[in-house]
Ligand binder design. Sequence first.
Ligand SMILES: [Fe+2]
Length: 241
Amino acid sequence: MVDIHTHVLPDLDDGPGTVEESLDLARAAWEAGTRTIVATPHVLNLATLGDNSLIYQRFEEFRATLQAVLPELNLVLGSEIYFQPHLSDYLCFPAATLNNTRRYMLVEFSLGDIPRGWEREIAAMRKNGVIPVLAHPERNAVVIGKPALVGKMVAEGALIQMNAGSLTGQFGSAVKKVAQILLRKGWVHVIASDSHSAEHRGPDLRKAVDVAAGEIGAAAAGRLVQENPWFILKGGPWPGL
Ligand SMILES: [Fe+2]
């Protein structure tokens, strides 16, 4: 499996505080059958993600450590970018896109609202060759009240990343219900862990895949954690978009 959304890097955001905790998370991912993880630390202002960002240093250090301990686990870099206008201005920053594809950006809205002008920004990104991958919209309060909004986001040219924990009930029954609706509608492209530690919000995707399989069948559920995220990391244009 391929997990495109994790907070695995140490001492950067609300993920692990120490290298040892980061290694615990990575080991748990490996033991659950994940073979590639993308480190996606929170980035509140993409303009700050220049060469001097601590993210690059933490990534290189942790990759070297992981290489010595768990060399088979593939670690690549990205970031989880808080929505702001003109995101595609920063494509030159290696961590701005998933695996430096210069195409796929993991973007999050606040959990409480949908920002005004999101349609305009998605259109601007698409015009610049960027495909936003929207992080966990099923957790958003506005989407919970109106799941059809996600269909609109997909129609505007965004991909949707759902959290594994949303499907397993970790964020409550309302989120789980919306997650199931989005799956059945065919509006979900990737399931990822958004893991912050080995245990609490951990990296194991298997239970969520089982729940998804109950909604859309095993083959379609498998694609959400294998082919689709892998396709994103390779960076080619998304078919049909
Ligand atoms: Fe996240």
